[in-house]
Design a protein around this ligand. Structure first.
Ligand SMILES: Nc1nc2c(ncn2[C@@H]2O[C@H](COP(=O)(O)OP(=O)(O)O)[C@@H](O)[C@H]2O)c(=O)[nH]1
Ligand SMILES: [Mg+2]
Length: 219
């Protein structure tokens, strides 16, 4: 019998991608879609596809993931983008890796240049290099796919509620002495429009948020 896993899907206007993502979750995995203010019917689409839908008033990726963690009840939680860029079929591999790790990261391996355009790819590689060098953890991505146990994660007490959240996750986990493991996952072109790295305003906010987290971590 597979162990129950709650899958937190932060979602801002992902109505086009949600049905496919939810339908390909492995058996025993529950979708928790966290919506803040989608105007494309994402919440209704997610509900119709069988997901649990949480509505969060505060905008931001970190606010959405945090609300999903609070709504989750399973011991094991996976965080995954709701845009179709990541395949939920890889999740059981990550869950298995929790036997010897506290945080499992899906290192994105782009299927094409369109899946991960050069500017975003280079920015992320640079960020990961700084994380390796200054935080001393062997990671090659600051990734949107993360698997961990819910209660210890809540005890890390993350405070970022926007785009610095994934980096704060790595810094806090490293500080707490967590065993961090990485595995390769295919990164596909997303369905719909980017809200963060592929959007000018989103990217500016992300660089600012990530820089603040790097400073906070002394990196
Ligand atoms: N609820 C919520 N989800 C968000 C927000 N910003 C981004 N997301 C979701 O977070 C995931 C990553 O965002 P995405 O636009 O794919 O960023 P990119 O991968 O850098 O292009 C997607 O599932 C988005 O729908 C937000 O403010 N609120
Ligand atoms: Mg994306």
């Amino acid at each position: 019998v597979p162990i129950p896993v709650d899958v937190v899907l932060p979602c801002l206007d992902e109505a086009g991608a949600l049905p496919g993502v939810i339908a390909t979750l492995p058996r025993g995995y529950r979708a928790i879609v966290v919506d803040n203010g989608s105007t494309d019917g994402s919440a209704e689409v997610a509900e119709a596809a069988g997901a649990t839908v949480i509505r969060e008033t505060r905008r931001g990726y970190g606010a959405a993931v945090h609300a999903g963690l609070l709504a989750a009840t399973a011991d094991v939680v996976a965080v995954l983008d709701a845009d179709g860029s990541l395949d939920p079929a890889v999740l059981p591999t990550a869950v298995d890796m929790l036997a010897s790790s506290d945080l499992v990261l899906g290192r994105r391996r782009a299927e094409s240049w369109r899946a991960w355009p050069p500017p975003q790819r280079v920015a992320n590689a640079l960020l990961a290099w700084r994380v390796r060098r200054r935080l001393g953890i062997a990671v090659h991505d600051v990734p949107p796919l993360r698997v961990f146990r819910r209660e210890p994660m809540l005890r890390l007490g993350l405070t970022d509620r926007r785009s610095g959240y994934p980096l704060e996750t790595l810094a806090a986990a490293a500080r707490a002495g967590w065993r961090i493991a990485e595995f390769d996952v295919p990164y596909r072109p997303r369905i719909g429009r980017s809200k963060v790295s592929g959007d000018l305003r989103g990217a500016i906010v992300a660089v600012r948020d990530m820089s603040a987290q790097l400073r906070a971590a002394g990196a």
